[in-house]
Write a protein that binds this ligand. Structure first.
Ligand SMILES: [Zn+2]
Length: 163
């Protein structure tokens, strides 16, 4: 697998530890669009990554603030998969994604930016996306703004799923 080179993420990860947990913060927000919360389940939420590896990079996280997978209850793990599956479809349809990288980094040693709150990355891929991304360097290389992507994904989700 080719890795996407996203230099702006290093600064983000370095600065992150001092800040409060973005997932816990998003759980209590009253403005989903401003916080880029795409959907909420009973035990989880789906949020856009504001420092994306690629356009449409989203994260599915449990409500529980934990970095330990073993602490999640069965209903939470199945709900994470439920939303992962739904949003994979939505991104594929809305953005014509050709493939996905899906994964978790558990623990700082594995590269987790936010160590203490588990989250699954869902990163859409297109042919050639590793070629043009490094050129732009520090700026975010997203050909679509986060707000545009948010609206497009929400609209598509609403069309696909009625809940
Ligand atoms: Zn948290």
């Amino acid at each position: 697998m080719d890795k996407i080179y996203a230099p702006w993420r290093y600064k983000y990860i370095r600065n992150l530890k001092k800040e409060e947990c973005i997932f816990c913060k998003a759980l209590t927000t009253d403005d989903d669009r401003k916080s880029f919360v795409l959907s909420r389940g009973e035990h989880s939420l789906v949020i856009m990554n504001i420092y994306p590896y690629n356009n449409g990079h989203i994260m599915i996280a449990p409500e529980k603030h934990t970095g330990d997978l073993q602490e999640l209850r069965e209903e939470t793990t199945s709900e994470l998969w439920h939303y992962l599956k739904r949003w994979e479809l939505v991104i594929r349809k809305a953005m014509n994604a050709q493939g996905f990288n899906i994964g978790m980094n558990i623990g700082g040693i594995a590269g987790a930016g936010i160590e203490n709150h588990l989250h699954i990355h869902l990163v859409p891929r297109w042919s050639g996306d590793t070629n043009f991304m490094p050129v732009i360097g520090e700026t975010k290389v997203v050909p679509m703004s986060l707000e545009e992507a948010y609206d497009l994904l929400r609209e598509t989700y609403g069309r696909e799923f009625n809940d």
